[in-house]
Design a protein around this ligand. Structure first.
Ligand SMILES: Cc1ncc(COP(=O)(O)O)c(C=O)c1O
Length: 421
């Protein structure tokens, strides 16, 4: 898909049917552009795969990948549940009108205020990460005369094949109960009159392209579930195996479909009637997004490297600096011109590590050209910062070729909103 981008009569890259050069002109750069149709298609494909292998299953969108009210509306319209991970995400979801009963509240250090907010708003499921939270939630629920549905997050001791910073299921992880503690926590929760233990949860990592990891996770979690059920003499109806399905960042990366992902899970789970939950984030929104930049300065170091700088960088996409992530890019105003220049794309921040792409062949580049970086829909906008006080970009959703702004560009005045003199 990355190699087969669409080009219009003017020879410009189009995204979601819209001319990207026109978008850059109208809305400025850097600019996040999301193909809403691709997001919808991917969500529908996921739901179909789930229904095929697990008729009682449910797909939960992991909001951490990209969160804004317009996205909550689409998630709601498509019938997906929603995973939030902080009071902030919960607040925005509720403000957007997203139904609270379909929200799953994650996080490894939820504050008392965040737990109260969840209880006050009747959030559907709280995914309890640790003893501190379990004890706090039980007390709060008692005080507030509530009985929240809970899952227990478990670190199942699985090392997924992905970057070490996005592995989360191994025993040596900040997330979740160890397997032994999970048993004790389940006992406590199942005896509590103020907690409704409904499920177990795990998430072993992100950007996983090895399907076997998902089969092993499913198998290990169903064994843990069976052991806990025996100990507490009670059925645990739901099992949430998190997200993690990898996407294509480079044209040579493999495409793995939701069908293959859910099928891999089904190979590790014997009970197809189980209420399985999965929480894809990156798969749904990652490839639907591109970022447009304007090319500025150039530095040629003869015999070594040519750096070309854009008007954004690690502030709108910190994944290269964080995870050594690789990206593919084209010149949006001349994507089909012959590729003659080997260049590396730098950001404009005061950090040597502020790079977007190392060593890529592009057509001859001139200042003012528009660069489109692919697969930036996930963990870009949601991880953006104001480092060097760069205002954060606007975000556009495009459907059937029609753009609409869903997040406006930050202004210099915005940078002073919380600054007190
Ligand atoms: C608990 C949990 N669920 C779901 C996800 C989404 O993962 P992905 O975007 O890789 O599908 C994450 C990502 O880190 C996570 O921590």
């Amino acid at each position: 898909m990355l190699a087969n981008f669409a080009v219009n009569k003017k020879g410009h890259l189009t995204w979601g049917g819209a001319d990207t050069v026109e978008l850059a002109k109208e809305y400025g750069t850097p600019l996040y552009v999301i193909d809403e149709d691709m997001l919808r298609q991917r969500a529908t494909d996921f739901q179909k795969a789930m229904k095929k292998y697990f008729p009682q299953g449910e797909v939960i969108y992991a909001g951490k990948a990209l969160f804004c009210q317009a996205l909550c509306d689409i998630v709601n319209e498509l019938g997906l549940s929603l995973d939030v991970v902080s009071g902030g995400e919960l607040y925005v979801a509720l403000k957007s009108g997203y139904p609270p009963e379909k929200i799953y509240f994650h996080g490894n250090n939820k504050s008392l205020d965040e737990l109260k907010m969840a209880l006050n708003n009747n959030v559907g499921t709280i995914v309890v990460d640790n003893w501190f939270e379990l004890n706090n939630l039980e007390e709060l629920a008692k005080e507030m005369q509530k009985k929240p549905r809970i899952y227990l997050r478990i670190a199942p001791g699985i090392e997924a094949h992905t970057h070490v910073h996005i592995q989360t299921g191994q025993e040596d992880s900040k997330f979740g109960f160890t397997k032994d503690d999970a048993l004790l926590a389940a006992k406590k929760a199942s005896l509590s009159p103020n907690l409704d233990l409904k499920g177990l949860h795990c998430h072993v990592g992100s950007q996983i392209v090895n399907l076997e990891s998902f089969t092993i996770t499913a198998k290990v979690m169903s064994e843990i579930k069976a052991k806990i059920e025996r100990e507490i003499s009670k059925e645990i109806e739901e099992l949430d195996l998190g997200g993690g399905l990898g996407i294509q960042y480079l044209p040579e990366d493999p495409y793995i479909s939701p069908d293959e992902f859910v099928k891999a899970i089904s190979l590790g789970l014997t009970d197809s009637n189980i209420k399985l939950r999965v929480e894809p984030g990156r798969y749904l929104i990652g490839q639907a997004g591109i970022t447009l930049y304007t090319i500025g300065s150039k530095k040629e170091i003869p015999g070594l490297r040519t750096y070309v700088a854009v008007d954004g960088g690690m502030t709108d996409n910190p994944r290269v600096a964080l995870y050594d992530a690789k990206y593919h890019a084209v010149l949006a105003n001349k994507p089909q011109k012959e590729k003659t220049d080997l260049v590396s794309i730098a950001g404009k921040c005061c950090e040597s590590g502020d790079m977007l792409v190392w060593d890529i062949m592009l057509p001859h580049i001139e200042p003012g050209d528009i660069l489109a970086v692919f697969s930036t829909g996930a963990y870009n906008y949601s991880m953006a910062s104001n480092y060097n006080l760069l205002p954060r970009p606007a975000m556009i959703f495009v459907r059937d070729g029609i753009p609409r702004m869903v997040v406006r560009r930050e202004t210099y005045e915005d940078l002073l909103l919380r600054d007190i003199k």
